[in-house]
Design a protein around this ligand. Structure first.
Ligand code: NAI
Length: 304
């Protein structure tokens, strides 16, 4: 398949029916736009129905083909209904992007079982529901590509993100196992493993759950790492990886470096990660005492 100017080839996606869960925002919305620009007919699925509708509307006003559906990926029956409806109406399902996800962060000792259950329900069970619905349809067709959004945290240790990392490691394991099963039957499976990407996710860590210091400061902490990778660039990486049938699509480059380090020098990488945890703890302690200092001395309320 031809790839020109570093962009995914139009032919690979033109006319294909695609479902993108979590398509109402961030990486999912960028995938929807990139797929539609390549001629795919995209169903934008999100628990945020208005977000999905507005992404689909934007695609249509740019001349693309998209529709929207409000749906919670934790609802297996709803996911199955949608998949069979889309496949029925469009004469098949070429691409299933199981991308919807949430962020949960905090030290394990301060997390509740609700933190664990929520992230497993959405980030792992949500992907399982998409796979369980789409794979039999694709087997009957004899073709199709399932693309599961995991994370770099699905490949390397994620201190401060243990439940998230656990769910994402499971998504990588699920994807690679299914890839091996599906290969001889014409079904392709890839896992997307991005490093930090500039999306609203980082400002919604632990949404609807008890907040933690790590969760509350996630967006600011990540911003300190420098300019974040943009979702539209990641979407191009993903479509190129899908076109080339990559098992793992890891981006940006810094994420590939981190993965190689953890894979080929795990002891060295772990020592670096532990040093990073110490540094982050020291920074949080310094920020805590800076926040508390003015109140203790009364400076915060003193007029200029
Ligand atoms: P986002 O918050 O911008 O988009 C996630 C979308 O998923 C939202 O529109 C949200 O409404 C939807 N969603 C959440 N729960 C849902 C549910 N139960 N059912 C249906 N839709 C639901 O976040 P972003 O960054 O675009 O995340 C997309 C995926 O990328 C997630 O799986 C996330 O874990 C993963 N990821 C994100 C990274 C980042 O730095 N932003 C890095 C690595 C992976």
């Amino acid at each position: 398949m031809a790839v020109t100017n570093g962009r995914p080839g139009q032919d690979a996606f033109a006319g294909q029916a695609a479902i993108v869960t979590g398509g109402g925002s961030g990486i999912g919305a960028a995938l929807v736009s990139a797929l539609a620009a390549c001629g795919a007919s995209v169903v934008v699925v999100d628990i945020d129905e208005a977000g999905a509708a507005s992404v689909a509307e934007k695609v249509r006003s740019a001349g693309g083909n998209a529709s929207a559906a409000g749906l919670d990926v934790r609802d297996a029956a709803a996911v199955a209904d949608l998949v069979s409806q889309v496949a029925g109406e469009r004469g098949g399902l070429g691409l299933m992007f199981n991308n919807a996800g949430i962020a949960v962060g905090g030290l394990v000792e301060e997390l509740t079982l609700d933190h664990w259950n929520r992230v497993i329900d959405v980030n792992l069970r949500g992907v399982v529901h998409g796979v369980h619905a789409a794979y039999p349809v694709m087997l009957r067709q004899g073709y199709g590509h399932i693309v599961n959004t995991a994370s770099l945290a699905g490949l390397v240790p994620g201190p401060g993100l243990a439940p998230y990392a656990a769910a994402k490691h499971a998504v990588v394991g699920l994807s690679l196992s299914l890839r091996a099963e599906g290969a001889r039957r014409g079904i392709r499976v890839s896992a997307v493993c991005p490093g930090f990407v500039d999306t609203p996710l980082l400002g919604k860590v632990n949404e609807g759950l008890p907040q933690t210091e790590i969760g509350a400061n996630a967006a600011a902490g990540v911003a300190r790492l420098g300019k974040l990778y943009q979702a539209d660039l990641l979407a191009q990486d993903v479509l190129r990886g899908v076109e080339r049938n990559r098992a793992l699509i890891i981006a940006p480059r810094s994420a590939r470096v981190a993965w190689r380090m953890a894979r080929y020098a795990p002891g060295f990488a772990m020592r670096g990660i532990i040093a990073g945890v110490r540094r982050a703890e020291a920074e949080r302690a310094a920020e805590r005492s800076a926040r508390e200092r003015p109140v203790a001395t009364g400076q915060a309320t003193r007029p200029d």
